[in-house]
Write a protein that binds this ligand. Sequence first.
Ligand code: PLP
Length: 387
Amino acid sequence: MSHLMNTYARLPVAFTHGQGAKVFDESGRSYLDALAGIAVSTLGHAHPRLVKAIADQAGRILHASNIYRIREQEQLGDRLAALSGMDEVFLCNSGCEANEAAIKLARMFGHQKGIDSPAIVVMEKAFHGRTLATLSATGNRKVQAGFEPLVGGFVRVPFDDLAAVENIAANNVVAVLLEPIQGEGGINVAHPEYLQGLRRICDERGWLLMFDEIQCGLGRTGYWFACQHAGVKPDVMTLAKGLGSGVPIGACLATGPAAGVFKPGNHGSTFGGNPLACTAALTTLAVIEEEGLLHRAAALGEKLRADFAGALAGQAGIVSIRGDGLMIGIELDRPCGELVTRALERGLLINVTAERVVRLLPALVFTDKDAQELVSILSTLISEFLA
Ligand SMILES: *Cc1c(COP(=O)(O)O)cnc(C)c1O
């Protein structure tokens, strides 16, 4: 028996190494990785540039406290600001921490405006993390059950429903927090007009528009950030998963009215933005740009959805094939969690979320051959499952 706390229902396989979109288990068996550690391994496994950059950085300095200047962090701040058009960057170690920073920032923004009990609008089916504040912001009772009392100050509305936000009458609202594409909630893509409408409402009412791009950001949709698809710039944006291509790092970006809210002493993190993590992130961003992976994600994603539509045409039980770029959901008309083990048996790593949605989040370096293999194995599995 393992001494690890029983927090995960783990599949019976352990990986020893990988190469691109392939990973190998302890017996040497190879798997096609169409999940990339849930949108984490942006550059696939063992990308030579990332391996070298991390090794070189480890040979110089791994960690320096945030009581000193950290040049790698300053460079990453500049780079993220240039890519996003945002002004300020706070670095941390994970997605929930990035969202904690955003929630704290929104509350302090409210207090600075004289709102003593600030509230943040959040969405049904949202996922924002597992800390107390972020699970309270999450729109999934399973994530919250047993942890009451929840953190207060959240107002929940249906996702992609502009009227629901327009109709909020409360006078203590300070911000709206949402994923432009919901990940855990089932690959639910917000309409561009919805995001544009939220921008207008937030401008009119002096609310912060806060996008959680922890899963959908960093090139996955073919844009650096999914919101750029709709031409909407938020006031706060959170990043994590794919940012370090496997090295833990998160970021909370702020601009406009959200910039300048935090002062020294308001927020911090021991490990946040250490030289190793920042080098991994800088290298990830450089490789995405130099290898043309934005274009790649958009084109390959479109091809994958079309190929799945072709392979599954006429198959009863398919509700929809959706997503953007390499963030793909195939919704079935019934719970399909067992597809994960069936895929594993055939050497394919996938995930099922929201009970009925097969979720694919492959590395941005996924090749045409990987894509062909994925469509062939998975469409056969789905057809067998639905038969
Ligand atoms: C994964 C995820 C989080 C939480 O990130 P952790 O690093 O697990 O804390 C938050 N928001 C979204 C959209 C996510 O997909």
